[in-house]
Design a protein around this ligand. Sequence first.
Ligand code: T6T
Length: 326
Amino acid sequence: MSKKFTLVLVVAILLLSVAPSLSAQNQPLKIGFLPGVVDPFYQVMQLGVEAAVRDMGVEVVIQIPPTWGVEVQTPILDAMVARGDLDYIIIAPTDKDQMVGPLQAAVDAGIGIITVDTFLGDGDYVNGPVTFPISYIGSDNVEGGRIAARALAEAIGGEGKVYINSTNPNVSSVEGREQGFAAVMAEDYPNITVLGPDYNLDDMNTSTQQTTAVLETNPDLRGVFGTNVFSAQGAGTAVVNAGLSGEVQVVAYDATQFAIEMLRAGTVTMVLAQKPFDMGYMAVQFAVADAAGVTSLPARVETGFAIITQDNVDEPEIARFIYQVP
Ligand code: T6T
């Protein structure tokens, strides 16, 4: 092959690889991103979305609900649909049932839906009650709850009373964590009693108040599981405020800087990091692939965890999963 032809071929390949992904109307693909709430987990997810948007030459419209709930998320979703220029919406549904209708309307308007972090229905988009989303990209939260339960059970010597502090009912992510946690305790630790869950509606102060009340009424409490950012931060704060740091063990879901500080201080015994950057990046990839005509996208992608302890928190391959937000 002549050198000139090789050079032309290489340049052509490079140009094709950076060509913007186009919609059916031959316009740059435009994607909406609508997470659950403003928090470090979704901020890291947004970094993943933005990195993929840059890499794949697409456009994104980002809107983040100030607080959690269908009454906040639905109007934002409806406004995104009403724009009429979005090809896909990447969303973390704030209720696995109540968000089905509004998202079905988005699909009826010709918008592809990819759910991240939380799912609709039972999460089975092939054979379940809800099948219109392209995919669910997120954690296996039942397994996450099981990991948390084993860590807490080990930290308290396999016996005693523990408490779950969580955010909202009917949210697939924390619901799975609660289920996995309770299942391991029931199956493998007959001498551990589980209190809760109490729901803090994603408010850290409420979580602190709830956990404080449980500590006061249960002086024999040995451990607490906070099922997400604000639950873990609130529960850990309550344990510290009660002067019980290191005595009442805390397992934290989500690797915020706050959780890591509590880990280093000995208040938290294990932090379970999710991979929100991966969720965001892959969701954009899936939208681009679907627009290009790919038909073999998996309906479920589980992005895994990093288990963070005092022993490994400074190891670069672990520390990289701490939620670093700008
Ligand atoms: O734990 C994450 C997320 O996985 C969950 O669905 C809701 O809470 C967080 O956003 C953390 O606040």
